[in-house]
Design a protein around this ligand. Structure first.
Ligand code: GUN
Length: 608
């Protein structure tokens, strides 16, 4: 996987030629309702999944698949994943094939991603039975590795409703090093809207899996659950729902399902519903009706994926998932369950986002970014009058005493931190009245500005960073338009710029040197191998595969010091990853380097 964009664990990645998150529609080779070619051309489908056991069981299909290969047989040149028959054994009690044979068969017919014959763990299984199933699955996984050849191999994580057993499964399966990790055994949970337990299953699997591996939610075909699953790092879904629901005369919508007979005013646009009147569809011949409803269902599912990708791109995935979670009480229950893991999720949460923090309800205040703000703000215990200010604060700045503390929905925020994300970049459905103290000994403009730059540095880089960065003859350069601090020059060296968007610092090499000297390794560092160091010195980006180590306290979007294995400073830039990710990904960029030590961009000073 190559990470392209992210919002917490939600991510846009490249895997082979597919952009994730994505949906693999299920193709039943015995009964094709929408052809894979149409799926690609009309619906933007990049990957499909089919069942190798169904092909293997049918003499004609089996011979044809072996003769011309799966891609030709299905007339699809995108990514094809095959499942193994596990689901059939869950539905019918047993299958007539063994793991070894089905894995070899998947390879022989040219599947891109084959699946082992895992043991399905049902919700009412005892812990003991689930543990046995997991161990048997792992055994089959090891065996399958020997027969997979060039085919990518999927190793499902089972575990039923037991979080600790999901972790156990993920640990065992990780040791075998599969290319792809589906989360299995969740279909009966999804069918009964037991979304909170699915959330637990995903989280506990993710906690133990290598973050660079693709994760698939087996049978997670209803678009209602896509946002929460993606927010937890699911990359692939498969859907038989589009056709199953169509057969049952039901239409999928992002907020739920509607029966055709009950539908009078379609609540969402779909090009298929535009072509026909609802009443016309109701009286159609079955085959035609199933095809039209399946097309509608697939369109709606793919469109939900696009909306989610846009939310990741805008970095508003929390708002998106939160709003969607309000469509069904059991989704809201699942979202609340997810928030119990905010502390863990905070490791993956960026320092700031392109989109403002939108409050959608009490749950918003439990998001990881709020936990972080509240934790870090504790570093700034100080006195000063407590005030309230209507937004935008900037309208009232000349009346606010410098040194005040502002009462905000996030808690008490010292005025000097008013601009940092998400304090300033947030919207709440209520308004504060202006309330100021009668009399207050306020700081001078100069002292306040010094306090401000030092406090922001301490918030962003840790206590002591402000003193280390801004020590000497300090010149603060402000924007001519807004009057806001833009650049800080220390002893004639450009040390840092303050970003207007999120209120945090961008470091220059001069700033990086000061922090490097002040803080011992590993703090703020990304350590790169010797193969990479010359490139980074010259200002080139850091690729994840060259990262040897990284400060565990760094978060996506943080400013980082790039150093070699002897802790020599090479460059300064912004990381896209946290430590766990940086050490796991073998492809793609980890640090976007701004300046290398060999080519400091001091010329930028001309523009300040
Ligand atoms: N399809 C839906 N659930 C599962 C599962 O747990 N394992 C496999 N192999 N396929 C599935």
């Amino acid at each position: 996987m190559e990470l392209k964009a992210r919002d917490c664990l939600a991510r846009i990645c490249k895997f082979r030629n597919v952009e994730t998150p994505t949906l693999m529609p299920v193709i039943n080779p015995n009964l094709v309702v929408i052809s894979p070619r149409e799926m690609k051309e009309r619906f933007g489908v990049e990957a499909i999944i089919t069942n190798s056991y169904i092909i293997w069981k049918n003499k004609e299909l089996k011979e044809r698949a072996l003769e011309i290969g799966l891609h030709k047989m299905l007339d699809f040149d995108g990514l094809i994943m095959t499942d193994s028959g596990t689901f059939q054994s869950y539905v019918y009690g047993d299958v007539e094939i063994k793991n070894e044979e089905i894995v070899k068969f998947q390879r022989e017919i040219g599947s891109d991603i084959g699946t082992i014959l895992d043991v399905f763990t049902e919700p009412d299984f005892s812990e003991e039975k689930v543990k046995e199933a997991i161990e048997e699955t792992a055994k089959r996984g090891e065996e399958a590795k020997r027969y997979a050849g060039d085919m990518l191999l999927a190793g499902p994580i089972q575990g039923s409703i037991y979080p600790h057993l999901r972790e156990y499964a993920a640990k065992l399966m990780s040791r075998i090093d599969f290319d792809y990790y589906p989360i299995g055994g969740v279909v009966p949970l999804m069918e009964n809207y037991r979304y909170a337990e699915v959330v637990e299953a995903i989280i506990h699997a993710k906690m133990q899996l290598n973050p660079s591996k693709p994760v698939h939610l087996f049978g997670g075909g209803h678009p209602m659950f896509f946002p929460l699953a993606v927010l937890l790092g699911v990359d692939f879904f498969d859907s038989a729902a589009y056709v199953k629901y169509a057969r049952d005369n039901r239409l999928l919508f992002p907020h739920g399902t509607r029966k055709l007979e009950e539908l009078k005013y379609p609540p969402y646009y779909s090009p298929i519903l535009e072509k026909y009147e609802i009443e016309e569809i109701k009286v159609m011949e079955e085959d035609e009706r199933v095809k039209i409803l399946a097309e509608h269902n697939l369109y709606i599912s793919m469109e939900e994926i696009r909306r989610i990708k846009q939310a990741i791109h805008e970095e508003s995935m929390w708002e998106y998932a939160e709003n969607r979670a309000r469509e069904h009480p059991l989704l809201l229950k699942a979202y609340r369950r997810l928030l119990r893991y905010s502390k863990w999720l905070e490791k993956f949460e960026s320092i700031s986002k392109k989109s403002a923090f939108f409050y959608t309800g009490e749950e918003s205040m439990k998001r990881p970014i709020v936990l972080r703000l509240r934790r870090r703000i504790r570093r700034f215990k100080r006195d000063g009058p407590i005030i309230t200010v209507p937004r935008p604060w900037s309208m009232h700045l000349d009346r606010i005493p410098k040194g005040a503390r502002v009462k905000t929905p996030f808690g008490l925020i010292p005025l000097e931190l008013e601009d940092i994300y998400p304090v300033q970049q947030s919207e709440f459905p209520w308004e504060e009245k202006l309330s100021l103290p009668e009399r207050f000994e306020e700081l001078s403009q100069k002292d306040f500005e010094l306090l401000k730059i030092k406090s922001i540095a301490d918030y962003q880089f840790g206590k002591g960073a402000g003193d280390a960065l801004f020590n000497g003859e300090i010149r603060i350069i402000k924007s001519k338009n807004t009057g806001k601090i833009r650049n800080v020059i220390v002893d004639d060296e450009h040390v840092a710029s303050l970003r207007a968007e999120d209120g945090f610092f961008t470091l220059r090499i001069g700033g990086a040197k000061r922090l490097h000297q002040r803080f011992k390794a590993p703090k703020l560092r990304v350590v790169v191998s010797h193969e990479s160091s010359e490139f980074n010195r010259a200002g080139k980006n850091v690729f994840a595969k060259f990262v040897k180590d990284m400060d565990d306290a760094l978060r996506p979007g943080d400013e980082v010091l790039v150093v070699d294995e002897d802790d020599n400073l090479l460059a300064v830039g912004r990381t896209l990853m946290n430590r766990l990710e940086a050490l796991s990904f073998q492809r793609g960029m980890c640090v976007k380097v701004r300046e290398g030590i060999a080519n400091p961009k001091s010329s930028l000073l001309k523009n300040v």
